[in-house]
Write a protein that binds this ligand. Structure first.
Ligand SMILES: C=C(O[C@H]1C=C[C@H](C(=O)CCC(=O)O)[C@@H](C(=O)O)[C@@H]1O)C(=O)O
Length: 272
């Protein structure tokens, strides 16, 4: 279904009935990424998979400021308001996890629990953020100069996704690439500029103030985000961290059954 948030038409895929679970994809992804892993989730859930601004079938405005994390947090709140969802579990992968955490920090009263897969609270220092904004703007320029196909070819080869070449079948790798190619040049380049890791405020200082349950998921092969998850787990007041063996950054892609079991167990334990 389409949901209008101010001036942006969001594409929201809603399936099933039961407790609401909001699904937020990563950069270059879309709500389609959840189709396979969601088959390993409990049936008593209402899955709400959102195409984040600049991705999938959601609008890709030319105004970079429209992609700021604070604006997108308000979009997510408006979507939940329109759907009459007062309280939800929010699951975010990578960029989607940064959005999930930003939303949860802004609106903790709307959060039943948070599931963060291979994500982060942003970068701690202004120098780190400045440096990252520069590299993300360079990447955005690459997308504009060379096009989406050339960028996705590059993006699929970065070290973070090396495990996908080792663990995924050729068919699955081609499906991921096809889904990535379903994104637009302005959408991806402006997403990097507006809500990239260096563009968002740091949430590291907010960690100890978050009192809702948090499940942190990382793949054992993803050393960078395991290090981030370890530090988050030490700061959060009600978190657990699960490392999935023989998986890299995209756990829900590389180990969908294990991903589904861990999330299902977490949700079941929450219901008591
Ligand atoms: C490469 C780094 O950062 C990027 C990696 C992961 C994030 C993401 O959403 C990728 C999803 C995917 O392609 O499967 C992305 C983000 O959070 O926006 C980061 O830019 C890195 O080394 O930090």
């Amino acid at each position: 279904m389409k949901i209008l948030c101010c001036d942006i038409e969001y594409n929201v895929d809603i399936r099933g009935q039961g407790d609401p679970l909001v699904l937020l994809h990563g950069f270059t992804g879309s709500s389609a990424n959840w189709e396979n892993p969601s088959q390993f989730l409990p049936e008593n859930l209402q899955l709400i998979a959102i195409d984040i601004i600049g991705h999938g079938q959601t609008d890709s405005p030319a105004d970079v400021s429209r992609y700021s994390m604070s604006r997108v947090v308000e979009d997510l709140k408006q979507i939940l308001d329109i759907l009459n969802i007062d309280l939800a579990v929010v699951l975010g992968y990578s960029m989607g996890g940064r959005l999930a955490l930003s939303f949860a920090a802004a609106y903790p009263e709307r959060i039943n629990a948070l599931i963060l897969e291979s994500s982060s609270p942003g970068l701690k220092t202004e120098q780190e953020r400045r440096d990252r904004r520069q590299s993300d703007w360079n990447l955005a320029g690459f997308i504009e100069e060379k096009g989406v196909k050339a960028f996705i070819d590059y993006w699929g080869q970065i070290p973070l996704f090396q495990s996908q070449q080792l663990l995924l079948s050729k068919e699955t790798q081609e499906l991921i690439e096809k889904q990535r190619l379903n994104n637009s040049q302005p959408g991806l380049s402006n997403s990097l500029r507006g809500m990239g890791t260096g563009a968002q405020p740091s949430l590291w200082e907010s960690m100890e103030n978050l009192n809702f349950p948090v499940l942190l998921l990382t793949g054992s092969l993803d050393k960078k985000f395991c290090t981030i998850a370890k530090e988050m787990n030490e700061l959060l007041t009600a978190s657990e961290w699960v490392i999935i063996e023989n998986a890299g950054h995209a756990v829900h892609v590389e180990q969908p059954e294990k991903f589904g079991k861990i999330v299902s167990d977490f949700l079941a334990n929450r219901k008591g």
